[in-house]
Design a protein around this ligand. Sequence first.
Ligand code: 2Q2
Length: 322
Amino acid sequence: FQNTLLCFFILFSFNSCKPEQEEPEFLLRAALLVNEEHTWYKAFVYFGQILEERSKGRIKVEVYPSEQLAKEIEAIRLIQADVIDMTTTGSTLTNWFEVATFCELPFLMQDSTDMNRYINGPIGTLMEEEMITKSGLRSLGHFERGPRHLTSNRPIRHPDDLDGLIVRVPNVPSFVTLWKALGAKPTPMAFSEVFTSLQQGTIEAQENPFALINNAGFAEVQKYLNLTGHVISWVYPVIGEKQFQRLPPDLQKIFLLAADDMQAYEHRLFLDNEKMVQDELKAKGMEFIEVDKDAFQEKCEAAIYNSLSPEMKKIYDQLKTE
Ligand code: 2Q2
């Protein structure tokens, strides 16, 4: 609640700071968890530029980085409350509808070919439908992410090495199931709190793709990058469905085409960036550790499967046999 108040305050004071500027017909605010250096941020800025151009100034986008405006879950709630308009999200939506768990289910997908098959297949369609009906959000495409890896201050080569390690996880049920089954102590926490919590030692480890590990400066507080690759995933850039429906048809068309261009733009940046961030992480002193991936997978598979509802088990079985 305090954050919501703060958010109102920020929005109103930003507005009153520039009375001389003419308000666009549609001002869309995006709350992102990444900072200005990350490809998602750059993609949203690009989206804003082409939208302003193509709508002849009728649409304007403001992008707020680093969870300054809202943490992921709050951002979703603020979009639902029509206070802000856009964010990036994925399996966090499991808190609204269960099928979102397949965005980031551990050891489900092998590579981006699998990922694209899911996104463009029946499961992807179902996700986008439920996103609208159950969470009031509309997907604007998807941003592919690199595999998630575990960072820590002692090398982890095998699940036995975890031994109660306190691992921060996003507010997503499957992540808690995964790390518990592996023998760690998962602690759900908003992304913007992770750096300080690692520094202060209230958590000992976290897991994310290379790009986000680098973006958040975790190399300063974590020595080892254990190549667990436990989750292959993507996130959805989203807008509130209410906010989208408020746009007149001509602007909706411009908006959706620009969203496609944003996705293509982000994907080029992602591909260029993926190797570079690994070099940067090594240059910052992180040591990359090869892990026994099979041992990780074997130890958690049953627990993850058993945590799914009967309906989700059916979908899982189907995905696995495709
Ligand atoms: O670690 C994080 O907070 C992100 O990488 C999240 O995993 C990501 O935002 C997903 O939870 C998407 O819903």
